[in-house]
Each structure stands twice: as C-alpha cells, then as structure tokens.
Design a protein around this ligand. Structure first.
Ligand code: NAP
Length: 412
C-alpha cells in the first residue's frame, strides 16, 4: 500500500474487497455494504487487481481506468476506501502479498477479511500460499442468486478441516448484475443506466470504454457454420451443434463467456474430417509438434491441428478459444474454465449415444465441473486402454491432477 493514504487508524475489523472491477457496479457496492453491516466491519478497502496469475491473456480495461472508476464509485461512502497497491505492484500480483502488506499496517488485534466472488474462493488452492492466506484472514464469499453452492459448501468444509479456515458465504441478489454483461451492453449500444453509479457510467462514456472489440469481440456464427458444413460430415456437423448447445449451458452455470464457449464448441472439431496423411502433413506445415502418440494415432492430431485451422481459416485470434480447441481431446492439468467446458461438452452433449456413466457425468457437470472432468478423463482413458490405444501424456497428467483435486482435495 505504498502509494495509498488509507485511513485505517483505530479500525479493528478491516475487509479487503478484491476483484477486477472492469467495471465496478452496484452488485459490488451492495455486496461490500452488506458485508460491512453483517460482519460489523469498520472499513472496506476496494483493491482492483493488478496482473493476477490466472488472467495473463485476458484483455482488461487499463489499470488506471479500473482504479479511477472504483474511486468514483466509493467516494460517497465514508466506510469505503480504494487502494492502488495491486495495480502499482510490479510483476504478477498475488493476494497473499496484499494481505501481508496490509497486516503490517494494522495493529496486532485488527482482524482482516477478504471479500470476493465464491468462484474465486473455489479456486483458492491454486493461489499462492493458500494455507498461509487462509490463516491470515477470514474469507467472505459473495454469490449471485441461483448460483450453485454445492461445490463451495464442500470446499469450505475441506478448507476448514485442513487449514482451520474461516469462510462465510453471503448471497447478494444485486450481484445478478455482472461486469461482463455491462461491457457487452456498452459494446451493443444498450443502456447501462441503474446498473452502476452515474459517475462511473459517465466515465465509461467519456473515455469510450468497452466500445471496440478489445472489450468484447463478436463472432459471426452463421459464417462459421456455413464453412463447417463444407468441412465436416453431416454427423460431425450435428455433433458440433450439440456440443455448442451444451457448452453455452455450462458457460451459463459457471459464469463463463457464452459467445466464446459457443465459438470454441463450434470449432472444436474443425480439423476432424481431414484424412490422416493430410493431417500429419498440415501439422508439419503449421509446426505442431508430433510426439510418438500422435505419430502412432494421427486421428488424435485433430485437436492440435484444429487450433491452427481455427486461427488461419476461421480468423480466430482469441487465446482462450484457441486453447480450448487445442486441448479438447487430451485435456491437460489445471485447465481454464473454458477448456473444461469444451472438454466436457464434447463428451456429454445430448446427441451422444448412451453409454455407461454418461448420465451421471452429465448431472455431475452441472454441479461440479472438476469432478466431471475427472470422470470424463477416467472413462476415456479406461476405454482407450481396453482398445489397446496409447494414452497421451497430457491426459495422464490431467488425470493425476484432477484425481488429486477430487480424491485428496490437493492441487499442489
Ligand atoms: P473477477 O474475474 O473480477 O471475478 C470473477 C467472478 O467473481 C465474476 O463473476 C465477478 O463478477 C465476481 N467477483 C469478483 N470479485 C468480486 C467481489 N469483490 N464481489 C463480488 N463479486 C465479485 O475476479 P478474480 O480475478 O477471480 O479475482 C477475485 C479476487 O481474487 C481478486 O482480488 C484477485 O486478485 C484474487 N485472486 C488471487 C489469486 C492469487 O493470489 N493467486 C488468484 C486468483 C484470484 P463481476 O465480473 O461482475 O465483477
């Protein structure tokens, strides 16, 4: 908090409100105010994220814009403050560093709280030094209405048993508002009035934020489908449509970008109907590394080649979409949410012929995506082993990673 003049003297209960705030909206403000009142907090410090490790490729409004919008939003509340600590800290920003820095500025008997979305808290074992972090502060997970809390409840129990963590959950109806939706509305020229403070709305207009495709890219799915009809067999084309439907459904459940999910799903098999010899030739041309498993089973190349075909023939530059296509067959350890959605949607779309375990995996996917990934990996690997096929090392690494999460709750 080197550049901050925070008024936290005499504060015995301080809460950090961490998020991207791209842009900040009434959902965030109502959440912070509710937590302040319910947990008797003296001061809530909003800390816009700097460069969090999980978002290296994502495109945010500039740090300065996000910081200034946050300042405008909280200025009228004497219990709220904003800190630039994360946006001014060079390199990747970790919550543990922020909390340690704050701890040094408080008296020993000050209690610290960290408020953020429940989805983020579900991922906490992937953060830096999670055991220390869970001991240094209480966590408050704020959830959107109707979001599934099954996984969260299991995680809270586990964090409590293993690390003695103290985590509270609060449902905030106002969180039906989302930053993604606001950015999309601005891009589509729709009103954002009453979703955020007027000062922030004016700031967005005056600075032309979210108006070009750096905020939200739109995709011409009609054109994509037209090209796919030529590139795929009828059966494969129908499967692709089923995967898209399922991917959008999962994206809704897990707060992922539905447009990206649809495009990644439509294109996941874009190189599937290329003959093996041609597929190997194209892999060499595009520089796709051919390991022994791919050379022995060239049909497996289609996902790695699919990434290149999507980029070159379908004009896709979005890194999240491209990596979801690339890994949809093998999976890999620590997949992004979009990668998990495409990996699973491919397996459980409604057009699939029924097989043992399909319905169970489908139902699991709606509640606990990591568990569903594990089930898909396990069933696919067992099936391929029985058929005498080689298993790609990425799938084995993924199985190991997700079995640790599911069976031992250990992400390290
Ligand atoms: P995010 O991308 O901004 O948000 C993820 C989801 O949670 C979104 O649906 C978002 O809604 C909601 N959300 C985020 N912050 C919220 C808040 N304070 N109150 C209510 N809803 C909130 O956030 P994130 O990148 O996951 O990060 C959340 C916090 O966790 C940040 O402080 C970040 O630095 C920390 N984090 C730390 C590490 C690490 O230390 N290794 C790793 C990951 C995250 P909106 O889109 O509507 O905001």
């Amino acid at each position: 908090m080197r550049n901050d003049i925070l008024n936290i003297k005499n504060c015995k209960r301080i809460a950090v409100m961490g998020g991207t705030f791209d842009p900040i909206h009434y959902g965030h403000l109502v959440a912070a105010e509710t937590v302040r009142q319910e947990l008797d907090i003296d001061k809530v410090i909003f800390i816009p994220t700097g460069r969090p490790p999980h978002k290296i490729n994502s495109r945010l409004a500039s740090d300065e814009h996000r910081y200034l919008m946050t300042v405008l939003a909280v200025v009228t509340n004497p219990h709220f403050d904003v800190s630039r600590t994360e946006i001014d800290r060079p390199g990747t920003t970790y919550t543990i560093d922020t909390i340690r820095e704050l701890r040094k500025k408080c008296s020993d008997d000050t209690e610290l709280f960290f408020i953020t979305g429940a989805d983020a808290i579900n991922q906490i074992l992937t953060w830096k030094d999670p055991e220390v972090l869970l001991k240094l502060c209480h966590f408050v997970a704020v959830t959107r209405p109707d979001s599934s809390t099954v996984k969260f409840t299991e995680n809270v129990k586990y964090y409590k048993e293993k690390f003695g963590a103290d985590i509270t959950m609060l449902e905030i109806p106002a969180l039906a508002i989302s930053s993604t939706d606001i950015r999309k509305r601005v891009f589509e020229n729709k009103t954002i009035k009453y979703l955020l403070p007027e000062s922030v709305e004016q700031y967005i207009i005056n600075n032309s934020l979210y108006t070009d495709d750096t905020g939200k890219k739109t995709y011409n799915t009609d054109l994509i489908n037209k090209k796919l009809r030529h590139a795929l067999t009828e059966q494969r084309y129908l499967h692709t449509q089923g995967v898209a439907e399922m991917a959008v459904r999962l994206a809704g459940i897990y707060n992922e970008d539905k447009d990206k999910a649809r495009v990644a799903a439509l294109l996941h098999d874009c190189a599937k109907c290329i003959e093996n010899d041609e597929s190997l030739r194209l892999c060499r041309e595009y520089g796709v590394p051919l390991d022994e498993v791919l050379l022995a089973q060239p049909d497996l190349c289609h996902s790695f080649l699919g990434e290149k075909v999507a980029e070159n023939d379908y004009d896709i530059s979005d890194k999240d979409i491209l990596s979801a296509i690339k890994y949809h067959t093998t999976g890999h350890a620590a997949m992004t949410m979009l990668e998990k959605i495409i990996f699973i949607a491919d397996y459980i779309e409604f057009g699939r012929k029924n097989f043992d375990g399909l319905e169970e995996t489908r139902n699991t996917a709606y509640e606990d995506i990591d568990k569903a990934v594990y089930m898909c990996l396990k069933q696919t690997i067992d099936f391929n082993r029985k058929k005498g096929r080689l298993i790609h090392f990425l799938s084995l690494e993924a199985l190991n990673y997700y079995s640790n999460i599911i069976e031992k709750g250990d992400k390290t």
